[in-house]
Design a binder for this molecule. Structure first.
Ligand SMILES: CC(C)(COP(=O)(O)OP(=O)(O)OC[C@H]1O[C@@H](n2cnc3c(N)ncnc32)[C@H](O)[C@@H]1OP(=O)(O)O)[C@@H](O)C(=O)NCCC(=O)NCCS
Length: 222
């Protein structure tokens, strides 16, 4: 499904709009400094199993907080999905790194940099296509940034993530319980640039609407 999107980005985008009746529309917004507080809440509400799947180890609360506090919004790209009551139900962290830092990356790409993606969706919001949509959005951003290899490290026992990776056409290598999955991306096109810009515009409107509603609801709660 994600691979098809790379072939005809705008056509697929309109198709996705038509299919929106079946699943709620997922608006993926690029997060900023003002979202850090809600990111902390998001990661702290992941239970031990989810922390293991997301970070490869059961991070204690202090390290989760340190991870969020160290996120650099200038260097990395962070995506989020807010639900109707302005709760941050999903976060995707896209980081670019020199390929020399990743074992084996030198043989996969000729570009200087590769991208790495990590994602978490709260249990209450799973199975609605949010994880896939975040991954798809990160892949489009990589294309537009002229990065052609997107890595995702996860445990090979993570069936859901393996399913998403396979659906995206990722090449998966399993080693000692860890799976290193990467996706080769085609170069950008005017369609991918426009798609990213349009999606961010819609997500910004959605974000403003939900944030305003939440602020109004808080006033009434007093
Ligand atoms: C992995 C995770 C991000 C998925 O989020 P999500 O929003 O539920 O994902 P989606 O709804 O887009 O897709 C889930 C897909 O997996 C499938 N799936 C669900 N459970 C599955 C299982 N046990 N085995 C195989 N596939 C499974 C669903 O049917 C769905 O497929 P479809 O879209 O083809 O119908 C979420 O479960 C999560 O946050 N887990 C904890 C952290 C983690 O594992 N992060 C990944 C490592 S970085």
């Amino acid at each position: 499904m994600i691979r098809q999107l790379f072939d005809k980005p705008l056509g697929q985008w309109f198709e996705a709009l038509k299919r929106a009746k079946d699943r709620p529309t997922v608006r993926v917004k690029q997060l900023e400094e003002r979202d850090r507080f809600r990111m902390r809440k998001h990661f702290l509400s992941l239970d031990n199993d989810d922390r293991l799947l997301r970070f490869g180890t059961v991070l204690p609360d202090e390290q989760v907080i340190a991870y969020v506090d160290k996120i650099n919004f200038e260097r990395d790209t962070i995506y989020g999905v807010y639900n109707q009551v302005f709760k941050l139900v999903a976060v995707g962290h896209l980081a670019f790194a020199p390929k020399a830092q990743l074992t084996g990356a030198a043989t996969v790409t000729e570009k200087e940099k590769v991208a790495e993606f990590g994602v978490s969706v709260l249990a209450i919001a799973r199975g609605q296509g949010i994880g896939s949509k975040l991954f798809q959005r990160a892949a489009i951003h990589c294309r537009n940034a002229d990065v052609d290899t997107l890595y995702m490290q996860c445990l090979s026992s993570n069936q859901t993530m393996m399913h998403i990776a396979k659906k995206a056409g990722m090449e998966i290598h399993r080693e000692y319980g860890e799976a290193d999955a990467y996706l080769r991306l085609p170069p950008p096109s005017p369609g991918t640039v426009m798609q990213e810009a349009i999606e961010e515009q819609f997500a910004t409107i959605d974000y403003t609407f939900k944030a305003t509603n939440r602020a109004a609801a808080k006033l009434f709660e007093r």
